[in-house]
Write a protein that binds this ligand. Structure first.
Ligand code: AHR
Length: 496
């Protein structure tokens, strides 16, 4: 089966600046993410500090600009002072968010060292569950303090003369959820967060604070945004999607479209009525496909299909299209736990979702464009009883191709990222550019596999893989075949 489509690019039709922090990630003390993923002292695959070198190498290729830690649900019972100082003196604690034991051998200083290795800025989420304001304030001082004061000196005692300079701090994690240790009502949260903001900013006025949001359009979000818009720099969103039903799975990331649209409007409205001139951005600080391993005892080691990779690519396209309001996004999570990278004691595996993440982080450029896309559309009826994150039918009809386009500041090259969601049709796409293709011609990187259900395993690690090819095109128009259930990253130099 073949379909046709038109993708017309106008380099002057811009949609905003893409903040590189949309390629951020998240690591949590959960299952084998930290222990056995990021950190495995004694392993022949680890360096002297215990960091898994193979994991670091795979993560570096994802060009993660900002890394969120230590949770997630974990943080709401975490006392950061347990995780600093000599390892043998750190207490081993009962961990009640994920029913585990926390050895505390990976703590703040290890996290900062890991961020430096990765080239990522640290983003710390504060414990608003069992933690106190005094403890949070001390954490900021430990990380950022420059004076001759107790917590800054404790950092120096731990052989870190220079401050860690942690810019981003989250005001609690999912405090609305009854699964959250010490959860609060929106009203209680706003009151508590205002008290915290005051003391935290007095500890370090340079920090950026993130209020705890839900799906972006809930009453919680409205009340928290109204209550905190004058106090914070960013408001967060968490939505995970996924379904065994192919169409629900690949279309559900459009829920992020709704979330970003409504959340931005709530922020605009609050800023207008409260006369806040300062920008307040959105930090989508947990996102991914996640629907199989939902049991909290499971370790959440999701195995990803090609269809999931198409959904992940769609999320990234949504983020590019909403770049005007989105300041940061954090893939949950980086390794082993709902993650693109799988590490076992003996090896490393790149899951299907790794490929679009790597390609977008490498090739999406700084200026978002608003391309014209003409293609077939899909009507999607949500399956009966579909849980809320997957109910996107009202957002349709959906274009068969999901497309985002970006260019560099000088408009000398364009990157077009395209998901062909058709399970059975090749789409022959005609590109119209306004300028002739320049040297060295068009490069296409294709994420593909023999079936939407294809999964990479240690036995068959390349069932979903990337194929690169070069197109000899020189005019201002060329055609490209987009295979069924595939993702294409198309790079086009322009002769201008
Ligand atoms: O990323 C897994 C969990 O999902 C996080 O701990 C929590 O914040 C969310 O519910």
């Amino acid at each position: 089966m073949t379909e046709t489509a038109l993708i017309r690019i106008d380099v002057d039709r811009t949609a905003g600046r893409v903040d590189r922090r949309i390629f951020g990630a998240f690591i949590e003390h959960l299952g084998r993410c930290i222990y056995g993923g990021v950190y495995e002292p004694g392993s022949p695959r680890s360096d002297a500090r215990g960091f898994r070198v193979d994991v670091l190498d795979a993560a570096r290729a994802l060009r993660v600009p900002v890394l969120r830690w230590p949770g997630g649900n974990f943080v709401s019972g975490y006392h950061w002072t347990d995780g600093v100082g000599p390892a043998e003196r750190r207490p081993r604690r009962l961990e009640i968010a994920w029913h585990a034991e926390e050895p505390n051998t990976f703590g703040t200083d290890e996290f900062i060292a890991y961020c430096r290795e990765l080239g990522a800025e640290p983003y710390i989420c504060l414990n608003m569950g069992t933690g106190t304001l005094d403890e949070a304030r001390a954490w900021v001082e430990y990380c950022n303090g420059t004076g001759n004061t107790h917590w800054a000196n404790l950092r120096r005692e731990h052989r870190h003369q220079e401050p860690h300079g942690v810019r981003y701090w989250g005001l609690g994690n999912e405090m609305y959820g009854e699964w959250q240790i010490g959860h609060l009502s929106a009203d209680e949260y706003v009151r508590e967060a205002r008290r915290w903001v005051n003391a935290l900013r007095r500890t370090d006025p340079r920090i950026e604070l993130v209020s705890c949001g839900r799906d972006g359009w809930s009453d919680w979000d409205r009340e928290v945004i109204d209550g905190l818009v004058r106090y914070v720099d960013h408001h967060s969103i968490h939505i995970y999607t996924g379904s065994h039903d192919y169409w629900s799975n690949v279309l559900a990331p459009h829920q992020a479209d709704r979330a970003l649209r409504v959340c931005r409007a709530l922020i605009d409205r609050a800023r207008y009525w409260q006369r806040v001139d300062r920008e307040v951005g959105i930090a989508y600080d947990e996102w991914n496909v996640w629907f199989r391993e939902r049991d909290e005892h499971s370790g959440l080691e999701e195995r990803y299909t090609l269809a999931d990779a198409l959904a992940v690519a769609t999320y990234l396209n949504v983020f590019v299209r909403h770049c005007a309001a989105l300041r940061m996004a954090n893939l949950a999570q980086l390794v082993n736990v709902i993650a693109p990278i799988v590490a076992t004691p003996n090896g490393l595996l790149l899951q299907s979702v790794y490929h679009p993440l790597r390609l977008c982080a490498e090739h999406v450029s700084e200026v978002a464009l608003d391309p014209l896309v003409r293609c077939a559309t899909v009507d999607h009826a949500d399956p009966p009883n579909a849980p809320w994150p997957h109910r996107v039918g009202d957002l349709g009809p959906f274009p068969l191709l999901d497309v985002a386009a970006t260019r560099d500041a000088d408009a000398t090259a364009v990157t077009v990222t395209i998901v062909n969601r058709s399970p059975d049709a090749t789409v022959c796409a005609a590109f119209e550019l306004g300028w002739p293709v320049g040297e060295p011609g068009v490069t296409v990187e294709l994420v593909h596999g023999d079936s939407p259900d294809a999964i990479n395993t240690f036995e068959d690690p390349d069932r979903v893989s990337v194929r690169s090819r070069h197109l000899a095109a020189d005019g201002a128009r060329f055609e490209l075949d987009l295979p069924p259930h595939s993702f294409s990253c198309v790079r086009i130099p322009l002769a201008r």
